[in-house]
Design a protein around this ligand. Structure first.
Ligand SMILES: Nc1ncnc2c1ncn2[C@@H]1O[C@H](COP(=O)(O)OP(=O)(O)OP(=O)(O)O)[C@@H](O)[C@H]1O
Length: 313
């Protein structure tokens, strides 16, 4: 991919010393991100490159851009998302992580004015082809949101709802149990399946939402900051769960938490915002995408290093 024609500046931040990047240095980035420190919004950009090829891709994005009306929220994204691995999207607020995540399963169709250009291939099929049923796409590519959002129904019904809607005719009780077991919730809820999903703790509610997502037997799980509303112990449980689930599902996770990205993901995509000199449009761009260990320990781009070490970029 070629650099944006809007680029006019070069970065002046000094390079980090050897070993400055890495999980040990992540807390600075975490706290800066948590405090909402604005990114250093340079119009300079580096070519986004996929440094190490993905051999078995579940998604293949070619020049994908997402607009809200005429505003390009995220532009020219070319990347492959590996199957049965965890891919993290990181970057400063507003760089389009959630927007890009939502277009992977056509959730953005539900946003008035949102449109997608480019090619988004999922298992060899163009997700946006005219004959593709968005509801089927969303069944195969499930989503877990930032805030746990159980239905106002019983624990059992939360899990049974999707399969029933899809005409599941097998052993529903068994499927509910199996789904709850997979998220480590069964022993905690087996005696109160008729109680409301809202009566659970935040971490339990999020695991219930993951059980609900996997009950319809998806292929991919998209997670949009799934732990941001949870305490550290509940967060670790979800992270453990993500590790377990990746043998069955391909997972894409948006996170502001650098340590979490380093802990749970195999690959990390770092996005940032470029500002168009003429119109001042702030468009999210993919800066660097590689194995997570590389992104955190030896990134190719200065902007990545600045971000993962807490300097922003
Ligand atoms: N429904 C919408 N309508 C119009 N603009 C939107 C909409 N949703 C997001 N945007 C804009 O698109 C850009 C990208 O937003 P998005 O939420 O995808 O970024 P993000 O990187 O996920 O941010 P954060 O980390 O803060 O969640 C932002 O400029 C945002 O204001």
């Amino acid at each position: 991919m070629t650099p944006s024609p809007t680029q006019t500046e070069e970065r002046t931040a000094p390079p980090a010393g050897p070993g400055a990047a890495g999980p040990a240095a992540d807390s600075a980035a975490d706290s800066a991100a948590a405090e909402g420190t604005p990114p250093e919004e340079s119009t300079a950009t580096q070519p986004a490159e996929e440094q190490e090829p993905v051999q078995d891709a579940v998604f293949d994005l070619q020049d994908v851009s997402v607009r809200y009306g005429s505003f390009i929220a995220v532009g020219d994204i070319t990347m492959k998302v590996p199957r049965h691995q965890v891919t993290a999207f990181i970057g400063p607020s507003g760089c389009g992580k959630s927007t890009l995540l939502r277009c992977l399963n056509r959730m953005n169709d539900l946003v008035p004015g949102a449109s997608v250009t480019g090619e988004l291939i999922y298992n060899g099929e163009n997700v946006y082809a005219p004959d593709v049923d968005p509801a089927e796409v969303r069944r195969r590519i499930g989503m877990v949101f930032q805030k746990p959002n159980p239905f106002p129904k019983s624990i059992y019904e939360n899990v049974a709802f999707g399969p029933r809607l899809n005409g599941f005719s097998g052993d529903l009780d068994g499927l509910v149990q199996q789904s709850l077991e997979r998220v480590g919730l069964w022993s905690e809820v087996k005696d109160k399946l008729k109680e409301s999903g809202h009566a659970l703790s935040g971490g339990q509610q999020q695991r219930l939402c993951i059980a609900r997502a996997i009950a319809v037997e998806p292929d991919v799980l998209l997670m949009d900051e799934p732990c941001s509303a949870l305490d550290p112990i509940a967060t670790l449980k979800i992270e453990d769960l993500i590790h377990q689930l990746k043998s069955t599902y391909s997972i894409v996770i948006v996170t502001h938490n650098m340590q979490q990205a380093a802990r749970v993901s195999d690959r990390t995509a770092f996005f940032s915002v470029n500002i168009d000199d003429h119109q001042g449009m702030r468009t999210g761009r993919l800066v660097e995408y590689d194995r997570t260990t590389k992104i955190f320990n030896n990134p190719a781009q200065q902007r990545t290093e600045d971000y993962v070490t807490g300097r922003f970029g």
